[in-house]
Design a binder for this molecule. Structure first.
Ligand SMILES: [Zn+2]
Length: 258
């Protein structure tokens, strides 16, 4: 069992401008559970569980994942994918659908121009196929949370925020308009229930900030799945804690625009 090791990237100096520390008016602990990859069964189930708790799910999908000819990145992508009919339906139900790459390539392992073309192609596909999608308000979620400052800067010229791997999965809460780079962590390939519980408990006993955990499928699907029972239990527990709020990433970022 391995904790995914992330490519470390330096924090872009200019990105820090959008952050100020939390005020007493805000919840001190914001939690985002950021689900990747677009497994059809898991994403509907995740949405159902979030709805049951009056929350919106944060769902990130691969632009070309449903297309014939999509090359499976590895054995954790064999479960049936949803398509943009599904993503539009889930969006209409109030859930957040954000880009998780064009075809799940590791952009840091290809020539920079090609990597940038992939980002553009992904965002154009979303604008064309996901109702109401605006790149300027979007979060671009790098495949494998692999990025570098050049690719982050390029993506941030088109989107509001990028999610990547990094030194800490606890980020400052963004309270101002402007580009945002935030980090997350993830666990797999086995069941991640215990790991999630540990990260959440550690965060709840801290001073707070914005915790971002990158999850994937439910039960048996995808890399490092959580069980649906555990997810429901966790959300039911979290919504009762006064200083905690569970939010989709874009939902939180939207608040910092007003
Ligand atoms: Zn992925």
């Amino acid at each position: 069992m391995h904790r995914r090791s992330f490519i470390k990237t330096g924090i872009l100096g200019s990105m820090a401008v959008g952050f100020i520390s939390c005020t007493s008016m805000e919840k001190s602990h914001i939690i985002t559970l950021s689900f990747d990859d677009g497994m059809k069964k898991s994403f509907y189930k995740t949405a159902d569980i979030f709805e049951e708790n009056d929350l919106h799910a944060c769902l990130n999908v691969i632009a070309s994942g449903h297309l014939a000819g999509f090359k499976l990145p590895n054995e954790y992508h064999t479960d049936p994918r949803g398509d943009f009919n599904d993503w539009n339906l889930l969006r209409k139900r109030g859930h957040e659908i954000m880009p998780h790459s064009w075809d799940h390539s590791d952009l840091t392992s290809m020539p920079p121009d090609q990597a940038k073309e992939d980002i553009t192609k992904c965002l154009e596909y979303f604008e064309e196929h996901l109702e109401g999608f605006k790149a300027s308000e979007a979060v671009y979620n790098f495949a494998y949370n692999a990025s570098n400052p050049d690719l982050e800067q390029f993506a941030l010229s088109k989107v509001r925020a990028v999610r990547t791997g990094g030194e800490s999965h606890v980020n400052p809460i963004p309270l101002k308009a402007g580009p945002v780079r935030f980090c997350c962590s993830s666990y797999g390939p086995d069941n991640a229930d215990k790991w999630v519980e540990q990260q959440i408990n550690g965060f709840l006993s801290s001073r707070g900030g914005w915790l971002v955990l990158n999850l994937h499928g439910l039960d048996e699907e995808g890399w490092g799945p959580v069980s649906s029972k555990f997810l429901n239990y966790l959300l039911k527990r979290l919504v009762k804690i006064e200083n905690v709020e569970v939010l989709a990433a874009g939902e939180l970022l939207k608040r910092s625009m007003v």
